[in-house]
Design a protein around this ligand. Sequence first.
Ligand SMILES: O=C(O)c1ccccc1NCC(=O)[C@H](O)[C@H](O)COP(=O)(O)O
Length: 343
Amino acid sequence: MCIHSFPLIQAKLDENAENALKVKEWEVGMFQNEMAVSQRIKIRRRSPTEPPTHYVGPFEFQLQNGGNTPRNILEEIVWNKDVEVTKMKERMPLSVLKKAIENAPPTRDFIGALKAAHFGTKLTGLIAEVKKASPSKGVLRENFDPIAKAYEKGGAACLSVLTDEKYFQGGFKNLEAIRKAGIQCPLLCKEFIIDAWQIYYARTKGADAVLLIAAILPDLDIKHMTKICKMLNMAALVEVHDEREMDRVLEIEGIELIDINNRNLETFKVDINNTKKLLEGERGQVIHQKDIIVVGESALFTPDDIAYVQDAGIKAVLVGESIVKQDEPGKAISGLFGKDISL
Ligand SMILES: O=C(O)c1ccccc1NCC(=O)[C@H](O)[C@H](O)COP(=O)(O)O
């Protein structure tokens, strides 16, 4: 019997084929991408003037000329990341990473650590960031070798480690070194993830969680990557900056951890009111119903800042600059919270 006798099955097959095609189109950056536009993602995956090297079905891509300068820093980072990841994938195919993961030590429970910190103390759990430099602030700290230990001693629940070399002077070597130094805190790989391969790679380097940025990933990618994280026993911290991104992410099933970035990654403008704005009204209710842990991120400098975002409904904060720049980062944590949170 022919499949056309079963219209429902045929419809499902058509839908799957259409989804697969959409993913492919997204991956090869077709026409600045219909799908990205429909989700109002302004960040293009790669420079539109690169030579067409991909095919979808019978069609060869004719990428349009023009607009080959990144429109903002985030787009520039993503275009560079695309080139970097393509080269890394050639050197280290997924099959090699999967083999390495088979023998890797188990991951640590990132979400569990944040919940324990929050529900144990009723304070916000701290994700302390190991960040040498950033595009907006330049070099923040020359030497941060002992900083992870100081953070842990100072009461951090988890650590965030920048692994991008070009823009943040970070690296996977830092992630590996921190893991090998006997740090117990779960580790977030703070990267610009545009390809699922990077999640496997992060896992081989000791990450317990990865960052997925809604401004650069369409829903299908977030969905797919979240599933990969679950499969690898890792947490996915999904970053949003505006209402549109928050609404998209709240529609995706299985999201457990959302981070509201107070920094606009296209303009560098920071505003901690952003956290409050995105948690108000119906969005806050949905987050509560779905039992999602929300992290407040960027530009948090004082106990008043922490109290403000906590009152808005966040359960954890991700903090870089205000503690990484201090001579004694452990003590800086107490200063930030207005009390010793290591007890
Ligand atoms: O900080 C930047 O300049 C930046 C530019 C482009 C993409 C990401 C960027 N930063 C990542 C972050 O948002 C921060 O590292 C993180 O939120 C911590 O912020 P802070 O406590 O203000 O250092």
